[in-house]
Design a protein around this ligand. Structure first.
Ligand code: ZN
Length: 278
């Protein structure tokens, strides 16, 4: 098993160990993904309360030295204006993503194929599907896959009020935490329909927005051969591949991956999952 593939599992087990994200192969993707984003809106530490206890004049006269260690300024929440489309291509990396599941008829077959080739992938799950298939998220956790937030009911978020968007995302992060073991650090808007509110809310919930580079078009059920061609022709370092393990008849997706996955590996691609510091 590759070092970075072991990493996810270890991260889950040691969740909260801040230094882990910087270890090993994580650096390459972090550079692409950007700077560390706080998991929640940073609140000032003891500063304001402590200051209120002092008269303004006495506070100003207080020397910095001898007043306790200097405090770091609260980190500003980083809100993106567009989603991440690809990862670092160093080492011929590619990322496989599967949306809309989990589904009891299709997801297990995809997990079987990934396991057969010892490959880690990302699953952007819908909360309402997780609620009925928690054991599949436990299986993803055990296998080292990364689970992302794809809302609860898969709505067109751009038509919803902010409160509704928040509910869609928050409930999903909650059920993922329950079934998978940790809160998601990635989210993907249904239909790729993002707006400012989704970026802002995602950032507040500690999630990075990930889109994709290559669409397998499996959602159109175009035939297994077409799906295979889409992946094999679109393969390139740094590419993020979009597939679906639910939302329709995904038997073509299940058959296609059995062909294109070994093809990508034979072509020297390193199929991996992106990392973030936690
Ligand atoms: Zn979707």
């Amino acid at each position: 098993m590759q070092k970075d593939q072991l990493f996810t599992r270890r991260r889950m087990l040691l969740s909260g160990a801040a230094a882990l994200g910087a270890a090993g192969t994580a650096g390459a993707v972090l550079a692409e993904v950007g700077e560390e984003t706080p998991r929640t809106a940073a609140a000032p530490a003891a500063g304001p309360q402590a200051r209120q206890a002092l008269k303004p004049s006495s506070f100003r006269l207080q020397p910095l030295t001898g007043y306790g260690p200097p405090r770091a300024a609260p980190r500003k929440l980083k809100v993106r204006e567009e989603p991440i489309l690809q990862i670092s291509g160093r080492g011929r990396r590619m990322v496989l993503t599967f949306d809309d599941g989990p589904h009891p008829d299709y997801t297990p077959h995809i997990l079987d194929t990934l396991a057969r080739y010892d490959v880690r992938a990302m699953f952007f799950v819908c909360g309402e599907c997780v609620a009925d298939n928690r054991e599949l998220l436990a299986r993803m956790a055990d296998a080292g896959h990364v689970v992302g937030n794809h809302t609860w009911t898969h709505p067109l978020l751009t038509t919803l009020r902010r409160k509704e968007i928040r509910s869609e995302m928050e409930r999903t992060s909650d059920v993922i935490q329950d079934a998978y073991g940790e809160r998601p650090q990635w989210f993907r808007a249904p239909y790729g329909a993002w707006n400012r509110a989704t970026f802002q809310l995602g950032a507040e919930m500690g999630m990075e927005p990930l889109a994709w580079t290559v669409d397998t078009t499996d959602w159109m059920e175009p035939g297994t051969r077409t799906i295979i061609d889409q992946v094999e022709n679109g393969a390139a370092p740094g590419v993020v591949v979009l597939s679906h393990d639910a939302g329709g008849d995904r038997s073509q997706t299940v058959r296609a991956i059995r062909e294109w996955l070994p093809y990508l590996l034979d072509s020297g691609y390193h199929l991996t999952v992106p990392r973030r510091r936690v």
